[in-house]
Design a protein around this ligand. Structure first.
Ligand code: AHR
Length: 501
């Protein structure tokens, strides 16, 4: 049997787990808002039109932060269309998704929804068709207490209390040729810096995210980040990363190595941020907002025919057990970089490449990818430990040699309990993982769950919503200071260790 080893020691820690790593994303795209979180005609809708079954699953998923309203959508959005009396709100063309936006759901509805869901809002401003003035207006409307035209308008619209939104994205994917109002790095860097300065004049407590590259394969990746930060470094708090992964041309080995590619991507962006810091002799270290990540079978979407419909079905990918293994592994990559990645948003929350699916009039259900997210959000608590697994490697077409096994662990200093997340990327062989846990003072394995291992093509559907769920593993044990667990081929595993305190 293949063997991998690692040592878990609380003396070696990466950082405290920032709860904002368990964020998600609601875009006005397809049926994420309309027919997703909001469906007034659904039997489970509350008085505000929010689906209660979806809200319950959002809470169960453990989402902490939700980015809104886009995505590509935001680059053509007029936020004013979505506030005030519904009967006055215009229908508009949404150029990003060639849809009709009715504006029935806007900022006020979103803030109310976040409170019912128990999540923190993260708003994006339009730096595509609009600029500093509209961003400042939106911030004044949302966060200024009262006594100005826009803050008084918010009160007249039903919220005397400011929304107090802390996290703001300065546009979306501004390097992408598909983006409405796409910019060069110099154009965007200047605009981001000036908008950041102005927004912080209105509310110095906010935190701002500048756009990094749309993905690591963009021709300007690296140069874009460096130029944008040359302009904006001193005014922003985070730089964004986006990444989507899919199995292309049956190349499963590379797909299973997605988290390895994500590690390299994150490390490249950190290096670029620190390069700019060094040039500026800055003592500040920028943190990262991985505010779009997921598995997305995007190659199929490129050919999709978009028409001018209201809330059309767009990219409602059906996820398999295989996808759940990769999603679980991507979350491990985020945890591993918890010292620099402060925020992460899985894209998106409902229906659109989402862990939660909803059909009109029917109960919502959990996709396979729901489970690794929910288990990680619930059990990755406390400090991320610095784990250096020693693993065999395998060759991939896209990423070179990739370790067969990946391991990440968190330890809660209050309880002393430890959670181990592990992935076996080997396609037909199990791996025995041997963890030296002597420094943890651990006494017992209390839970051992896994996804994948067999039936990798199975998915959950409206008709059979519970086909794929985590299975209880067997045989994980602690003996003489070594915790041993066997990972089935192509699987994601979570093992919880009790400190015995
Ligand atoms: O999440 C879907 C789309 O992917 C977003 O609108 C965009 O930012 C990204 O390209």
């Amino acid at each position: 049997m293949l063997i991998s080893t690692a040592t878990l020691d609380p003396a070696f820690r990466v950082a405290r787990v920032d709860r904002r790593l368990f964020g998600s994303f609601v875009e006005h795209m397809g049926r994420c808002v309309y027919g997703g979180i909001y469906e007034p005609d659904h039997p489970e809708a509350d008085s505000a039109g929010f689906r209660q079954d979806v809200l319950e699953l959002v809470r169960e998923l453990g989402v902490t932060t939700v980015r809104y309203p886009g995505g590509n959508f935001v680059s053509g959005y007029r936020w004013e269309d979505g506030v005030g009396p519904r009967e006055n709100r215009p229908h508009r063309l949404d150029l990003a998704w060639r849809s009709v936006e009715t504006n029935e759901f806007g900022l006020g509805e979103f803030i109310t929804w976040t409170r019912r869901a128990g999540v923190e809002p993260m708003l994006a401003v339009n730096l595509g068709t609009r600029g500093t003035e509209a961003a400042c207006d939106l911030l004044e409307y949302a966060n200024h207490p009262n006594g100005t035209r826009l803050s008084d308008e918010r009160a007249a619209h039903g919220s005397r209390e400011p929304y107090a939104v802390k996290m703001w994205c300065l546009g979306n994917e501004m390097d992408g040729p598909w983006q409405i109002g796409a910019k060069t790095a110099d154009e965007y860097g200047r605009l981001a810096a000036e908008t950041a300065k102005a927004m912080k004049q209105i509310d110095p407590s906010i935190e701002l995210v500048a756009c990094g590259s749309s993905h690591s394969q963009m021709p300007t990746f690296g140069a874009w980040e460096a130029t944008v930060l040359d302009h904006a470094y001193d005014y922003v708090d985070y730089l964004s990363l986006h990444a989507y992964f899919e199995e292309l041309d049956g190349d499963r080995g590379s797909f299973l190595g997605s988290a390895y590619a994500m590690d390299r991507f994150i490390e490249g962006v950190i290096a670029t941020c620190d390069h700019v810091a060094a040039k500026k002799r800055s003592k500040r270290r920028l943190r990262l907002s991985f505010d779009e990540w997921n598995v997305w079978y995007a190659a199929g979407f490129a050919a999709a025919d978009l028409g001018w419909a209201r809330a059309p079905r767009l990219i409602e990918d059906e996820y398999t057990a295989l996808d759940s293994v990769v999603v679980g592994n991507l979350m491990m990559s985020l945890l591993r970089h918890a010292d620099r990645v402060a925020i992460a948003c899985q894209a998106q929350l409902v229906n659109v490449i989402a862990p939660i699916r909803a059909e009109p009039g029917r109960p919502a259900w959990r996709q396979t990818t729901f489970y690794p997210f929910a288990l990680t959000a619930r059990h990755a608590v406390g400090d991320v430990l610095r784990v250096e697994p020693v693993s065999p490697v395998y060759a991939t077409a896209q990423h070179g040699d990739v370790p067969v096994t990946d391991v990440v662990a968190t330890r809660d200093p209050e309880t002393g309990n430890t959670t181990v997340f592990a992935v076996n990327r080997h396609q037909d062989q199990p791996v025995e993982v041997r963890l030296d846990v002597r420094a943890l003072g651990t006494t017992a394995v209390v839970e051992h769950l896994y996804l994948g291992g067999s039936d990798l093509g199975l998915a959950n559907t409206a008709a059979v919503p519970d086909r794929v769920a985590p299975r209880t593993g067997s045989g994980a044990r602690i003996d003489g200071g070594t915790c041993t667990v066997v990972l089935p081929p192509v699987s994601w595993t979570m093992v919880r260790l009790n400190s015995g305190r």
